[in-house]
Design a protein around this ligand. Structure first.
Ligand code: CAA
Length: 401
């Protein structure tokens, strides 16, 4: 297994970091404080190709490998988690699901404009009463002739009011919904501009305050049958395989957040003196720095392994779950250490580490809480979970069409 990044990957990292520092960082503290996202950032990311980084060139993407998806996630989250969240929902959860499961017509109509950022996409799985418990979904899409009529509400949706299109999971079989059977869920592409689609924004979040998070109500929304993604009743698998990509970007983003925690802490260690010496000379401070270094290396390796498997066209549900669980928990701990090292100043938004801590918290919950990933890992260890071949697999890299 070769886990090294190639020259193109490294050039991408440099470019993405430079872009994030130029375009995302200015005004970030104010946007975070006022919960006022800047939508022009999404469009600028699209223009630079970041929103289609690992999509094939024939669909308007940059045609780079899956490592590139991790690299842009890491680079953006080094500067701000809300920028990485865009990559997670747009690239990870929506675009790659269409690449894997979509028809050629859906790829032409919906994937290609997403690759260039002309259209923004997001993912609608979670509901007010169904988060980890996906089979508890209440949303229902009833087949009526050549269309489906969708009713339901989704919540904790990143880019809820910004996205042009949603990948929505809803039951299409009443009996299976009643029986909590995952094989009764279907996936649809729904456009925001359609009648009955009512997105809204949630305020008062602990973190990701510079990004849009909200919900979407669907009231008698008519969806043309050609917007069904995959077969009817394949929606649970589509959602889970999408999460295999989304969780990968979350894990990679956490590596960026941890690097930001380490760099801010090392800088502060050189600036602050106590007891007549720089605080970096105190052993308990060094212990916290060492934990950060260890966490970065361990999480980075897990992420690279997933990228390598994805490039080979190999399913990596177990490995992605491991990377996401490990990196999110470690990043919260690193951010906590970074605050500790900054002392009382770390408690203020005069320094970025308090934002890092707030932003680290949500990732431990979304895209599969740490408890869900513990159950998944135990399931594999006990032989209770096995990955069966899918009707549509995520294509490996280079893309063969
Ligand atoms: N890819 C494709 N198919 C998969 C799959 C995957 N990764 N995982 C499971 N499947 C298939 C199984 O093979 C099985 O198929 P068959 O019956 O044909 O064999 C079928 O799906 C059902 O599988 P299971 O009954 O074994 O279900 P599970 O154990 O895989 O799932 C669970 C249970 C792990 C709790 C799962 O429901 C889960 O991961 N829940 C968390 C959901 C989550 O992450 N939500 C966050 C939403 S996104 C978000 O947070 C919003 C945001 O904006 C960031």
């Amino acid at each position: 297994m070769d886990l090294s990044y190639n020259a193109d990957n490294e050039a991408l990292r440099e470019g993405a970091l430079d872009f994030a520092k130029r375009v995302v960082e200015p005004g970030l503290r104010e946007r975070d404080e006022n919960q006022s996202p800047d939508e022009s950032i999404y469009r600028a990311m699209g223009k630079e190709g970041y929103l289609g980084v690992c999509l094939p060139e024939q669909y308007g993407g940059l045609g780079m490998d899956y490592h590139s998806l991790a690299i842009v996630s890491e680079a953006f989250e080094y500067v701000d988690t809300s920028a990485r969240v865009i990559i997670s929902v747009h690239n990870g959860l929506h675009s790659l699901a269409l690449l894997q499961w979509g028809t050629e017509a859906q790829k032409q109509k919906y994937l290609t404009p997403m690759a260039t950022g002309d259209k923004i996409g997001t993912f609608c799985l979670t509901e007010p009463a169904a988060g980890s418990d996906v089979v508890g979904l209440e949303a229902f899409a009833e087949k009526k002739g050549d269309r489906y009529v969708l009713n339901g509400e989704k919540i904790w949706i990143s880019l809820s009011t910004v996205a042009d299109q949603y990948l929505v999971m809803a039951y299409t079989d009443r009996a299976k919904q009643k029986a909590r059977d995952p094989h009764g869920i279907s996936a649809f592409i729904v456009e925001r501009k359609w009648k009955g689609v009512e997105p809204y924004v949630l305020k008062g979040k602990l973190g990701v305050r510079a990004g849009v998070t909200g919900g979407v109500a669907f009231r008698n929304v008519e969806i043309p049958a050609e917007n069904l993604v995959g077969h009817e009743d394949e929606g649970f698998k589509i959602a889970m395989s999408a999460l295999d990509n989304g969780r990968y970007t979350v894990a990679a983003g956490c590596v960026g957040l941890m690097r930001a925690c380490l760099d801010a802490s090392v800088k502060y260690c050189g600036e602050r003196t106590t007891e007549g010496k720089p605080i970096g000379r105190h052993q308990l401070v060094q212990q916290m720095l060492a934990y950060m270094v260890q966490s970065i290396d361990a999480s980075d390796l897990l992420v690279r392994k997933c990228g390598w498997l994805k490039n080979q066209g190999k399913r990596c549900t177990r490995e992605v779950s491991m990377a996401k669980w490990t990196a999110t928990v470690a990043s919260q701990q690193c951010a906590d250490h970074a605050i500790e090292i900054h002392g009382a100043y770390g408690f203020s938004n005069e320094f970025p580490v308090e934002r890092f801590w707030r932003n680290s918290r949500g990732a431990v919950i979304y895209e599969g809480s740490k408890e869900i990933h513990q159950l998944v890992q135990a399931g594999y260890a006990l032989g209770l979970r096995q990955d069966h071949p899918l009707r549509c697999e995520l294509p490996g890299w280079p893309y063969k069409g």
